[in-house]
Ligand binder design. Structure first.
Ligand code: 6PG
Length: 241
């Protein structure tokens, strides 16, 4: 596990974007699972602003680690957010964008997406393998859309599951823990003081932290990188300077 701590979410976004672009530069096809949330939104803005003509986007295939079960035109849609902040500003072939069909009924959407991953991605021990999975972490320690109250979904047999947001009841499609931990690399993007307590619990695996799905992120590749701002890293021992 590698921790990278920066001054604020903008620096996190700039540094992560440079890190990602460096990985995309190999010229090989790259399959990445995106996350929703506020930090990825800034990353997409930075990628669009600073790197749009520095990447051969035709080699990059975009997926989502989780998606809300809403139409692609809905403001809640992670796909819609990514179109607005990234896809509308770069030359990416539309066939490289593999969205979850949020407008379908959740079970159908999840099954279809699992099949799509199984077809599009290499499989390791029968589990689809992403080159990179980008994750956020909620204040409650959820990641992707695996929430603490449904932590059993982490070990679901199906590679994509239907989750329910604990407050809103909103249905979501999420990749399961096996797919996350099969990735060649996993990058957490976590910023803001409200995350500090859970970042400490998850990173230091303090007592009782096993109830937080983010604690279960442990890629077999060993490649797990946290991109944090100072506020989110504030409770770590020793608190990174
Ligand atoms: C989503 C995300 C979700 C997000 C966390 C953190 O669809 O909402 O995938 O898991 O990463 O809720 O969100 P913030 O980065 O906005 O705090």
């Amino acid at each position: 596990m590698e921790l990278k701590v920066y001054s604020d979410k903008h620096e996190v976004a700039e540094q992560f974007s440079a890190y990602l672009v460096d990985k995309l530069g190999t010229g090989k096809t790259f399959h990445v699972a995106l996350s929703g949330g506020s930090t990825p939104k800034i990353v997409f803005d930075v990628l669009a602003e600073n790197f749009s003509d520095k990447v051969d986007w035709s080699k990059v295939h975009f997926y989502w680690g989780d998606e809300r079960c809403v139409p692609p035109t809905d403001d809640e849609s992670n796909y819609k957010m990514t179109v607005g902040h990234l896809f509308s500003k770069i030359e990416v072939p539309k066939e490289n964008i593999h969205r979850v069909l949020g407008e379908k009924d959740p079970e159908t959407g999840a099954m279809r997406y699992a099949n799509l991953l199984e077809i599009n991605l290499d499989r390791v021990e029968d589990v689809p393998q992403f080159d990179l999975v980008i994750l956020g972490m909620g204040d409650d320690g959820h990641t992707a859309s695996i929430f603490p109250h449904q932590i059993d979904l982490w070990n679901a047999e199906d590679h994509c599951v239907v989750a329910t947001h604990p407050e809103s009841g909103q249905k979501r499609v999420s990749i399961n823990g096996k797919v996350i931990n099969s990735a060649k690399e996993v990058a957490f993007l976590v910023t803001g003081a409200s995350k500090a307590e859970k970042v400490k619990a998850v990173v230091e695996k303090t007592e009782g932290s096993e109830v937080y799905p983010a604690t279960l992120v442990d890629p077999k590749s060993g490649n797990l990188v946290w991109f944090l701002d100072k506020d989110a890293a504030a409770d770590l021992n020793p608190s990174p300077s």
